[in-house]
Ligand binder design. Sequence first.
Ligand SMILES: Cc1ncc(COP(=O)(O)O)c(C=O)c1O
Length: 403
Amino acid sequence: MQAKNIRSRIDNSNIIGLGAIAKKEKLKDPLVINSTTGMLYDDEGKLFTYSSVDKVINLLTPEEKYAYFPTGGTKLFKDEIKKWVFGTSYELIKEYSDVIPTPGGTGALANTFANFLNDNDYALLPNYMWTNYVQILDDSNKLYKTYDLFLNNSFNLNDLKNKAKEILKLKKRVLIVLNDPAQNPTGYTLKPNEIDDLVDALNDLKNDGEVILLLDAAYIDYADSYDKTRLNLSKYLRLDDEILLIIAFSASKSFGLYGLRVGAQIILSKNKDVLYDSYESCVYSARSKWSNTSSLGISLVSKILNDEKLKNDYLKELDESRLMLKRRSDLFKDLVKKYHLNILPYDAGFFSSIPLDNPKLVYENLKKKKLHLIPFDTSLRITLSSITCDEIKRMVEILKDEI
Ligand SMILES: Cc1ncc(COP(=O)(O)O)c(C=O)c1O
């Protein structure tokens, strides 16, 4: 009996594989620039860990760390995640939302695709995207189409609307994926007025069929201040009752807990029956795929967010890490301007991208100069979160000669 090995060809960007090559090369030669991996590193090139998070591990009881936790989440985790993600809008959403703990944001995305699309239904993805979406969809027999993310360096709402309409004509249901703020791989963040227009457009689209918005908010804590990102998020509460909103939250990114595998799938609907059915269906899938999410991860996040002192310590560190990343972004933006490098619209966050016709060839050439980036079909991704300011300077020197 053969496994479905043809599927392994789907991951054509091979982010993990190329990251492993870069890591190996850097171990041999410290001058290698490993700008591949979607984790935050400090200014000395070491993995950035939140000491305010790490120290809480020792405050947890054995039960909190190691016992099986309910698949559908504890009340504490659900409440704290809702408060964290929605901030001051918590009161507005607490009654009409539910939360399922998931193995990272990936679990939340996979559970959403599996439960809200039938086989051979379409998800609508941005043309510049985290390519794992394609693999996750393929794994559960779902199809996809793409919308152009940009027109004249702004969000291309028209293309999103047109593509969504095409899908609604075919299937009467569309699941739209938006990765905002600090999109992977471009770093683009929708402006407040772009979110307003998007919400209006979705409210209009629902007249053509069922509309589900999957907001992948993996980088919500690395774009702007807490208050600003939450203010932008609250704009989605203007979505009509018939539209289902799912938010994928990643504690990998927000708390630096990449390997612990914790995240959340937040489901919002004002229709009680829809909310109940959606939640139960997603819990059923979770139980049959990963059974329950790491209790250590759930307990850590719950405890930090539920304790004023621990939360304040964490908030301070989060501000510091955001500032560290911003220093790199500012430097990168200055150099891009100085050398007239052509990048896709970039605002903030872990990644930026260069549009190219031949990214794979350029990737090979850069590798020879000890610079490791990630080539996609029509662009090359730079990871600012994993390199130091000194490496950014060296990287741009190499890029300006090669591109
Ligand atoms: C856009 C985006 N969404 C979701 C994820 C999921 O991350 P995790 O499953 O570790 O939370 C990632 C990870 O790189 C990502 O870049």
